[in-house]
Design a protein around this ligand. Structure first.
Ligand code: FDP
Length: 338
């Protein structure tokens, strides 16, 4: 079969009435920016892109050079095309307005320019995550409050993983699809259409070093997985933790599994580890569109009404049956307490 390029796929989605011309351009621009980030990432030490930038972001986290470079690449690429009303980045406190000299569009773009930054310097996969919302009617200078829309309203979401291959995974709410970058040609090529995550799995991803800080229902759930065949679940489970959310999610998109970043005593006051707008919502949309499930351990992520641009939440996502069991244990424990 003839390979289908990203642009051809986008035109087909447009003809099918799933996206409009502005969103077609927006995704094309984001994909092009991600190709530039892939080039910068691939250069590694000889590109002078490794190490600390010597600055901190809004979350008070030290920024890596590649965090800053990737953020600039995405901002610059998206400023002039006329497809955006504004954008927001995990690396910036406030939304970025479109310069007056350029036309404005009807979309809001949110992104985590380089997720998994602690893995940059050790040559392990990192990625970009993005989410697209509609700008509310009549708003010409979008502020943070205009971005605070539930995940169910997302028009598109995607991530790019910069690994041995550069891979883009995308949804417009009509299935989840994967594109692999052909480096020689410079095009993303459709590599999997309508990805389906198996409902059952025997593989989980979690940072086990936080175990003693978890809530009792999480202790119970993971305790049962670790007990394997001799425990109440009656089967052995395997564990994987890359510590780059994009890479862990991509494994789940490829062979099933579950990913957890639960609430723990260390991060309770922050609400969780991962950000609703830049990580939880886009990943939940992608996972649900592939037949998986995504909750905070208590409710569906996509139903949350966000209260802050940089708000954090617990994240449980992946194969439906396992997300259901872990969520059920939390709700049961809450019920027993009340
Ligand atoms: P990072 O802080 O390195 O950007 O976005 C947060 C994130 O990485 C996720 O990509 C990853 O899943 C998680 O944090 C890793 O957390 P731990 O440091 O607890 O392993």
């Amino acid at each position: 079969m003839k390979p289908i390029s990203l642009i051809q796929f986008l035109i087909e989605e447009r003809r099918a009435g799933h996206i409009n011309a502005e969103l077609t351009l927006l995704i094309e621009v984001v994909a092009r920016a991600c190709k530039r980030i892939a080039v910068a990432t691939n250069k590694g030490a000889i590109g002078g892109v490794l190490g600390e930038a010597g600055t901190g972001n809004i979350q008070g986290e030290a920024q890596k050079k590649l965090d800053v470079i990737s953020n600039e690449i995405l901002l610059e690429a998206n400023a002039w095309g006329g497809q955006l009303a504004a954008c927001a980045s995990e690396e910036m406190e406030d939304p970025q307005q479109i310069p007056d000299m350029y036309p404005k569009g009807h979309h809001l773009l949110l992104f985590d320019p380089l997720d998994g930054s602690s893995n940059i310097d050790v040559n392990i996969s990192v990625g970009t995550i993005f989410s697209v919302l509609r700008c509310p009617d009549g708003v010409t200078e979008p502020k943070a409050e205009h971005f605070l829309q539930p995940g169910t309203t997302q028009l598109a979401a995607g991530y790019v993983v910069y690994g041995p291959a550069t891979v883009l995974v995308l949804t417009f709410g009509h299935g989840t699809h994967e594109f692999t970058l052909d480096r020689e040609v410079g095009s993303f090529i459709l590599s999997r259409r309508d990805i389906r995550i198996p409902e059952e799995t025997a593989e989980f991803a979690i940072n086990m070093s936080n175990q003693r800080h978890w809530e009792p229902p999480m202790q119970r759930y993971i305790g049962e997985l670790l007990a394997g065949q001799d425990g109440p679940r009656g089967k052995d489970f395997n564990m994987r933790w890359v510590a780059s959310m994009v890479a862990d999610v991509h494994r789940i998109i490829t062979r099933g599994g579950v990913f957890f970043y639960p609430l723990d005593a260390k991060i309770k006051s922050k609400g969780g580890k991962l950000r609703v707008m830049y990580e939880a919502n886009p990943m939940a949309f992608i996972i649900e569109q592939a037949g998986g499930s995504a909750t905070t351990g208590r409710e569906r992520i996509l139903d949350l009404q966000p209260t802050g641009l940089h708000q954090r939440v617990p994240v449980f996502l992946g194969s439906k049956k396992e997300v259901e069991v872990a969520t059920h244990y939390h709700l049961e424990a809450d019920g027993a307490r009340s």
